[in-house]
Design a protein around this ligand. Sequence first.
Ligand code: ATR
Length: 288
Amino acid sequence: MSENINGHTNIYGVLGYPARHSFSPMIHNFLFKKYSINSVYLAFEIRPENFKNCISCFKMLQFKGFNVTMPFKEEIIHYLDDISKEAKIIGSVNTVIKKGKTYRGFNTDIIGFMKSLEEKNFDFKNNCALVLGAGGAARSTVLGLINKNINKLYIFNRTRSKAIELVKLFKTYSDKEIIIFDSLDALSDKKLKNIGLIVNCTSVGMSGLDNPKDMLVPEKWDLKDKFIFEMIYNPIETKLILKAKSDKALIINGIDMLINQALSSFEIWNGFYPDKKELVKYFKNSIK
Ligand code: ATR
């Protein structure tokens, strides 16, 4: 948040239902203050039936930009003038910018995901990846992995028909084969050995949910030296992260991804990529 709010302060925000739990206001207001940008970022918890009116209000109030989160990442597309190529492929937008009189949508989940792996020097070309889930987060992940030319791509989802839909979607975009696993328990040791990255894109393990299982990865799997990417950030240590730690896996948690996608949204709005180190320090202290 700008130190001196005045008549010229620009408004940004995140629109979701729920939205109050979001860490985005903390991140963006820290960055606005750090770079002396006269802007403020707020959370707007809007019931789905009021979404359309809310977007009209944002436009009327000349918001410079905003994020959208669950459950609006698909619906927002109807109200935008243009969306990025990546957002079009996966049909999901999380970042909007006002450009003159028009509104443009991006998906920084894809950028944040790839950046989190690049920062850990993950070798895309020589690794096989297993994606758990087939929803919006899985679509961003698969697109990121295909764009980085991952060696081999496997997917598992509770509802097989949704995994098939995802595979169909990407057939029109890339000739990279995506292989569907029907069961994780039945996976051979040989296949498991070849998997260098496992990404949890499901809500299994998220706090507040009554999941029958709180980890999809079978307990018997040895995760040593594999990259384990957990999209969930609440709790910070899911059951999957705890297992990954005890197996001595290489871990990327939901906070890494959250921060990287926020930094990319900031870059879209402000034209430069902010310094990450200080933000991470501030963020970790704030959520202790
Ligand atoms: P997001 O946009 O965050 O990806 P989503 O589109 O609702 O959210 O996707 C949620 C994912 O979590 C789906 O892959 C869902 O599996 P189904 O397609 O079978 O619904 C998965 N998921 C949620 N709860 C689950 C559970 N208890 N066991 C296994 N998978 C689960």
